[in-house]
Design a protein around this ligand. Structure first.
Ligand SMILES: NC(=O)c1ccc[n+]([C@@H]2O[C@H](COP(=O)([O-])OP(=O)(O)OC[C@H]3O[C@@H](n4cnc5c(N)ncnc54)[C@H](OP(=O)(O)O)[C@@H]3O)[C@@H](O)[C@H]2O)c1
Length: 283
């Protein structure tokens, strides 16, 4: 059996629980591909997952390798994604429990898209989760050119992609109300302020799940219905984002590259806040 290095937890808890270990490489089933991971971005959901604050489709199987974002090379492929193709993917970790903090990951081929040409691995790995989340949140907001959109965390990854994508659609980005729509990427009191900035009958979407920020979700008011968007893996949408990134029309940001063995350190730094751009693990 082939094994790989991975950062994994044996039980939920603090960052110290995330340690380097040796795990079997899972053989791809029908319709799946095996990716040799070149870079894995660290995302806020990875921290919640490590702490056990997560909703899973199936009971959790330990050791659990976190990580939603990967960039790498196809090792076992399909006709559309042959061996050697440079790719990016979301792991849809809450569904697959297949994490990116490892030398290899096995995923459904439908989650995978060609990597953005011209970007290095770390920048490529910073695109999938936040890019797809932003794209899908904007689709739900269904904005028209000229609409006024407030994004309450435009410096973050999801907020940054959302503002770039919205601007391409001719949407006007505003920092205060009245707005036709708001996208919350922060939760809590900041989410309530964003909601309050939306005009009566406008639209409001949050990407911060209620089960993480209990105060972040609230009832409909003034004809505005709060909608929570949870990302869905979609290789086709990811391919579109990849092309935009390759064309320089979508900018990804990397704060720092760290070796896989520093995964716990990356989690601690993300928890403190103030990181601008993604922390990216290199296995
Ligand atoms: N629904 C989904 O499917 C989905 C998918 C991906 C991510 N998410 C969620 O989306 C959120 C953003 O993710 P991300 O990848 O964009 O994270 P990120 O890149 O770390 O950005 C988060 C941004 O929000 C800022 N921020 C955090 N708390 C703040 C506060 N109280 N006031 C003002 N600014 C604040 C951060 O600034 P500081 O660092 O300075 O605090 C940072 O600029 C996270 O909650 C994540 O869990 C949801």
């Amino acid at each position: 059996m082939t094994t790989m290095r991975a950062a994994a937890v044996e039980q939920f808890g603090p960052a110290e629980n995330l340690t380097l270990t040796e795990l079997p490489v899972r053989e791809p089933a029908e319709g799946e591909v095996l990716i040799r991971v070149a870079a894995a971005a660290v995302n806020p959901p990875d921290l919640g997952m490590r702490e056990g604050r997560y909703r899973w489709r199936e009971p959790v199987r330990f050791p659990l390798v976190p990580g939603w974002d990967v960039a790498g090379t196809i090792e076992v492929g399909t006709a559309d994604l042959p061996v050697g193709t440079a790719v990016i993917a979301v792991t849809a970790h809450s569904q697959t429990q297949a994490g990116g903090y490892a030398q290899y990951v096995t995923l459904p081929a439908g989650y995978v898209a060609p990597a953005p040409a011209g970007l290095d691995w770390a920048h490529a790995a910073s695109l999938p989760l936040a890019g797809l989340t932003a794209r899908q949140a904007l689709a739900v907001l269904d904005l028209a050119p000229g609409d006024r959109l407030l994004v309450n965390g435009p410096l973050g990854a999801v907020g940054g992609f959302a503002t770039q994508l919205a601007a391409r659609q001719g949407v006007k980005l505003v920092t205060q109300g009245p707005a036709d729509a708001a996208l919350d990427v922060i939760g809590g009191i900041t989410a309530k302020k964003a909601f309050a900035a939306v005009r009566d009958g406008g639209r409001y979407v949050t990407v911060v799940p209620e089960f993480w920020v209990p105060d972040g979700q609230f009832a409909s008011a003034r004809g505005i219905e709060p909608i929570t968007v949870l990302v869905e893996p979609d290789g086709g949408q990811l391919a579109e984002l990849s092309k935009l990134a390759a064309a320089g029309e979508l900018t990804t940001r990397v704060a720092e590259r760290l070796p896989l063995e520093n995964a716990a350190q990356a989690h601690r730094r993300l928890a403190v806040g103030g990181v601008r751009g993604k922390l990216v693990l290199i296995p």
